[in-house]
Design a protein. Structure first.
Length: 256
């Protein structure tokens, strides 16, 4: 009798382990699928994610190889590239209507700020997101589908990043400057939380604003003695620093 009980317990243990492994793999693949399929639908750019590794027991996770492409009309390879990002969440919250993410940490991202002194690639991605998500709302779902889970992100940190500034109207001149640290807190903490689209919007707004300010001085330096391409076909004129700086100021006053 004891042997039967022991065998049953072992069998149950094996089933639990297999179930945990299956759930782990399913969760990882589900997150990767959401990033690479839903993300492009919202932002209208290609998005690739090499791997996701989430632990249901500890609540910790790692994302590797995230690359956000550029909107149509921009020439640089990508807008955002993140080698590794860390995440910590409360595992029990996965079963609730609001998933509580304690922290997201993006280390040393590579940001490309491409501009023609009228608009930039980051503001275009943000505009696409606002248009497709209804200013931050998730896309409409079939009536029979369950509502998407909301999120609470207590701490979102981006640091150690670089901005590759590329100015198409200055003959493609480029330079690299440091991305100031971005630290967002208590996102979706009040009420039912925020959607994934709303979270992406808040992060993109902070990123575009920070990158624009950091790029302003770099663009002014690049424009010294540079050749500015006129809006009229076939015309070019050598700009003074004052004229280029005025264009830069106009760019940063515009909202996406």
């Amino acid at each position: 009798m004891k042997k039967i009980i022991v065998r049953i317990l072992i069998a149950l243990l094996v089933l639990l382990v297999l179930a945990a492994v299956a759930l782990h793999l399913f969760l990882d693949s589900a997150v990767k699928h959401a990033v690479e399929v839903i993300g492009p639908d919202l932002m209208k750019v290609q998005i690739k994610l090499d791997s996701v590794n989430l632990s249901l027991l500890s609540g910790s996770g790692t994302f590797r190889g995230l690359v956000v492409g550029n909107p149509e009309g921009f020439k640089t390879t990508s807008a955002i590239s993140v080698g590794t990002a860390g995440l910590a969440l409360k595992p029990a919250s996965l079963l609730s209507d609001k998933i509580i993410v304690e922290s997201i940490n993006l280390q040393a991202p590579e940001i490309t700020f491409e501009t023609d002194l009228r608009q930039n690639n980051l503001s275009k991605i943000l505009a696409n997101l606002e248009a497709t998500s209804g200013a931050g709302k998730e896309p409409a779902q079939p009536k029979e589908a369950k509502p998407s889970k909301k999120l609470e992100v207590d701490d979102f940190l981006i640091r150690g990043g670089k901005i590759h500034v590329s100015v198409s109207t200055l003959g493609g001149k480029s330079t690299t400057v440091a991305l100031p640290e971005i630290h967002l807190k208590d996102l979706g903490k009040e009420g039912d939380g925020i959607t994934a689209a709303e979270l992406a919007k808040k992060v993109l707004q902070a990123l575009e604003s920070s990158a624009s300010k950091a790029a302003a001085t770099a663009i002014a330096d690049l424009s010294k003695g540079g050749v500015f391409l006129s809006n009229e076909a076939g015309k070019t004129a050598t700009n003074t620093l004052e004229k280029a700086t005025h264009s830069i100021g106009d760019l940063f006053k515009k909202k996406p």
